[in-house]
Design a protein around this ligand. Structure first.
Ligand SMILES: Nc1ncnc2c1ncn2[C@@H]1O[C@H](COP(=O)(O)OP(=O)(O)O)[C@@H](O)[C@H]1O
Ligand SMILES: [Mg+2]
Ligand SMILES: [Zn+2]
Length: 506
């Protein structure tokens, strides 16, 4: 009996799989056991053809291939290579099989094809103590993102066997370029946005603390324009953040061969027709949804009231837990989904409620229904709300250059660094993630700020959640000023970002 090692995938988690090939002198038969799904049954045929077409003999014996542990469901095409190797290992002397994890899909002719999920599987192999992994050429760069494991890329089955018999050598793949996390998008610059100083400031605060933000304004006031410039001021990903989000993209088969690592924070535009499955994840393979593809980045919801109520409802739990359990008939998988929401909406169905330039043609009833559509639980999780009025002629015709993305970005990065340092060991990186006990621990208010908050609590009818939200945002505003304590003006600004429309509706 011959044993090879590979990995299985469950969400972005991975587990070790033993592939055992048992070949006995009996009537020719070829079975694969160990809870293999249909893809693995097909794999049986690819393994047979690729062995023959690589110039090897397919044993005319009774062959049993067992994938262990049998209790976990195995999916995917990457079992081809270890199955073929285990099978050939029965008749060819292969050295050091116990040192390798191997994975890859085989074509009928024996070529090795790239597969998805290589990053989480390689990471797991490393953690299990393996020092070598054999992967298809196309996955070499991705596997090499994991430090401390030698990556041997192969083009076909023949190469792998010749390598394992010692006939040829494969040099391990070395990542040459340093990963550059400092790159950012400059094609859309905040300098293009005239006026809107308040909105820009609120967006800066939101990005600095990881707070979700909702902008309300008349059509054409620049909400979409502002939102699309957010990626440029988002702080760089840390290596760990990038690894985690790249694993999600890897599982979806969304990483590029040449540049597998995500070096920019995701900015996912959620369309209002998106299905629940595409938002939270699912399908027969329990794949990640948009909220997980937005992990460590932004989920952008433009024209918020256009979204179906259910679509907004399903965002609640993930916003709270920052993880989502995707369950389907055959399996369930957990994915991280720690994202900030950037959302925009008009003030009413016609768009001109409260406008200085055009009269609103909606009835009070229509306006209330429109606002109610998005009230409640989702609003509870949005820390910052602002009005975005249309720019006036003087602003739009001004030749004064506005502040650039680069300048704003510098401040955001600085504020994030302060938070990262402060929350070392707490398991969070931003003010938005502060839990109630951590708010108490890290958000010290000056006596004047304390007095103002007390007043606001009484006169504005704040809820406990609203109270924490204000302090968290004030913490970020203080961090932008590198202020240790939260002072009166920090708190006053945070209060100005509170939810005014829905407070009463809840
Ligand atoms: N503050 C502004 N500065 C420069 N151009 C603006 C501004 N606001 C709006 N515009 C112009 O108007 C267009 C429409 O703005 P948009 O962002 O789509 O508005 P909204 O999403 O609020 O309806 C923009 O593409 C831009 O050309
Ligand atoms: Mg718009
Ligand atoms: Zn209206």
């Amino acid at each position: 009996m011959v044993t090879c090692y590979t990995c299985g995938l469950n969400g972005i988690d991975s587990y070790l799989v033993d592939i055992e090939a048992d070949i006995t002198k009996a009537l020719p038969q070829y079975d694969v056991v160990g809870l293999a799904d249909t893809a693995i049954k097909e794999s049986k045929e690819r393994v047979r053809s690729s062995i023959k077409n690589s110039g090897f003999q397919f044993p005319a014996r009774k062959i049993t291939i067992n994938l262990a542990p049998a209790s976990v469901r195995k999916e995917g095409t990457h079992y081809d290579l270890p199955m073929a190797v285990a099978l050939l290992g029965a008749s060819i002397e292969l050295g050091g099989l116990e040192e390798y994890v191997m994975l890859g899909e085989l074509s009928l002719s024996g070529e090795l094809r790239g597969v998805s999920g290589v990053l989480p599987m390689t990471d797991h192999a490393k953690k299990q103590g393996f020092s070598k992994i054999i992967v298809p050429m196309d996955n070499a760069k991705e596997a090499a993102l994991v430090p401390g494991i030698s990556v041997y890329p192969a083009g076909n089955l023949r190469q792998v066997i010749d390598f394992l018999t010692g006939q040829t050598s494969i040099s391990s793949y070395q990542q040459e370029e340093e990963l550059d996390f400092s790159a950012f998008d400059t094609t859309l610059d905040f300098a293009d946005v005239k006026g809107q100083e308040n909105a820009k400031r609120a967006i800066e605060v939101a990005c600095s603390g990881g707070h979700s933000i909702l902008m309300t304004g008349t059509p054409g006031s620049g909400k979409t324009m502002l939102s699309k410039r957010v990626p440029g001021i988002l702080p760089p990903l840390t290596f760990e953040e990038s690894m985690e989000v790249t694993k999600i993209y890897s599982v979806c088969g969304l990483v590029s061969k040449e540049n597998p690592m995500l070096v920019k924070r995701p900015f996912r535009v959620l369309h209002h027709t998106a299905s629940t499955v595409s938002i939270i994840g699912g399908g027969t393979k329990a794949m990640p949804g948009e909220i997980s593809l937005a992990h460590n980045g932004v989920l952008f919801l433009d024209e918020l009231p256009e979204f179906k109520r259910e679509a907004l409802e399903v965002l609640r739990q993930p916003l709270e837990d920052k993880r989502i359990n995707v369950t389907r008939v055959s399996r369930s998988a957990e994915y991280p989904c720690n994202f900030m929401i950037i959302a925009a909406k008009n003030p009413c169905p016609c768009g001109y409620h409260g406008s200085q330039v055009k009269e609103c043609s909606c009835t009070i009833d229509q306006i209330q229904r429109y606002q109610k559509k998005i009230s409640g639980p989702l609003m509870d999780r949005i820390d910052i709300q602002i009005e975005v009025p249309a720019v006036n002629y003087d602003e739009i015709s001004s030749i004064q250059p506005a502040e650039s993305t680069l300048e704003i970005r510098k401040r955001v990065i600085k504020a994030r660094e302060i938070q990262k340092k402060r929350y070392e060991g707490e398991g969070i990186l931003t003010n938005a993630e502060l839990t109630a006990p951590l708010v108490k621990k890290y958000c010290l208010l000056s006596p004047e700020a304390e007095t103002l908050l007390k007043q606001a609590f009484q006169t504005l009818g704040l809820t406990a959640r609203g109270y924490d939200k204000i302090i968290k945002v004030a913490r970020t505003i203080a961090d932008l000023e590198e202020s240790q304590n939260i002072e009166l003006h920090h708190l006053a600004e945070a209060i100005s970002y509170r939810d005014t429309e829905h407070r009463m509706a809840d």
